[in-house]
Design a protein around this ligand. Structure first.
Ligand code: 13P
Length: 248
C-alpha cells in the first residue's frame, strides 16, 4: 500500500520571515493526517528555518534542487551534503522550470538522482510534456524516456524510495489541470515503465504524484485515481488552502 504524498513546491517564493509565517499557519491545519506524507519544499535560504520550525510535526522538508558534485568551484550551487545536513529528507529534481530556464537535462537529472541516494536524500523526480509534445502524440514516449534516464543505474532498493512527479508543463501555473483520466493515463504509463526497468513489486512500491494546477477543488478526484499517489503543488501550496489539499 503506497502512502499518499502531498508536497508543496514553493518555487521562488517566501522570504525566511514569510516562510515561518506560512509554516505556523499550516502546522495546525495539516496536523493529525498520519495517512498522508506532507512535505514542504521552500527555497534554499529558508530550509534550515523550516526544518527547525517543523521539528516534532508531521511535516517533512525538501529542497527544490541541488548540484551533483560534492563540493568545489561551482559558484551559486548547493551540494548534496549541505541539503542533507540542513535536515532535508527530500529533494525535487528535474523540475520543468529547471529544464526550461537553467539547462537541466535528463543526464544531469540522473547524476543528481544518483548523488541524492548517495546522501540518503529521497528524490522527487519530475517528468512531463509540453503542449506541443502532447499535441504531437509523444507524451508517453517522452515521459518513459525521462523516467528511464533519471533512474539509470539506480538499484531497485533505492528506486522504491524515489517519488516520480508527473507534471505536464502546460498545466503548470496555468490553472489548466489535466483531467483525472489524462493524468491517470500517463501515471499508469510511468508505472509500466518502472515495471519494465525493475519488476512489478518494485513498481508497485514507487509513488507517482500528479502536479499542475492542483487545488483544493480537484485534489480528491486526482488522488483517487489508481496510479496517482498524491500531488506536487505549486501555487496552492503558498496559502492555507494547501491544508485542504492534504485533507482532500
Ligand atoms: P502549480 O501548482 O502552480 O501549477 O505548479 C505545479 C508545479 O510546478 C509543482 O512543482
Amino acid at each position: 500500500m503506497r502512502k499518499t504524498i502531498v508536497a508543496g513546491n514553493w518555487k521562488m517564493n517566501k522570504t525566511p520571515k514569510e516562510a515561518l509565517e506560512l509554516i505556523e499557519t499550516l502546522k495546525p491545519l495539516v496536523a493529525g493526517r498520519d495517512d498522508v506524507e506532507v512535505v514542504f519544499c521552500p527555497p534554499f535560504i529558508d530550509l534550515m528555518l523550516a526544518v527547525e520550525a517543523t521539528k516534532g510535526t508531521n511535516i517533512k522538508i525538501g529542497a527544490q534542487n541541488m548540484y551533483f558534485e560534492e563540493s568545489g568551484a561551482y559558484t551559486g550551487e548547493v551540494a548534496p551534503n549541505m541539503v542533507k545536513e540542513a535536515g532535508c529528507e527530500y529533494v525535487i529534481l528535474g523540475h520543468s522550470e529547471r529544464r526550461a530556464y537553467f539547462g537541466e537535462t535528463d543526464e544531469t537529472v540522473n547524476k543528481k538522482v544518483l548523488k541524492a541516494f548517495e546522501h540518503e536524500l529521497k528524490p522527487i523526480i519530475c517528468v512531463g510534456e509540453t503542449l506541443e509534445q502532447r499535441e504531437q502524440g509523444i507524451t508517453e514516449d517522452l515521459v518513459r524516456m525521462q523516467t528511464k534516464i533519471a533512474l539509470k543505474d539506480v538499484p531497485a532498493e533505492q528506486a522504491v524510495l524515489a517519488v516520480i512527479a508527473y507534471e505536464p508543463v502546460w498545466a503548470i501555473g496555468t490553472g489548466k489541470t489535466a483531467t483525472s483520466v489524462q493524468a491517470e493515463e500517463v501515471c499508469a504509463a510511468i508505472r509500466k515503465v518502472l515495471c519494465e526497468i525493475y519488476d512489478e513489486e518494485t513498481a508497485s512500491k514507487i509513488r507517482i504524484q500528479y502536479g499542475g494546477s492542483v487545488n483544493a477543488g480537484n485534489a480528491a478526484e486526482l488522488f483517487a485515481m489508481p496510479n496517482i499517489d498524491g500531488g506536487l503543488v505549486g501555487g496552492a501550496s503558498l496559502k492555507a488552502d494547501f491544508a485542504k489539499i492534504v485533507n482532500f
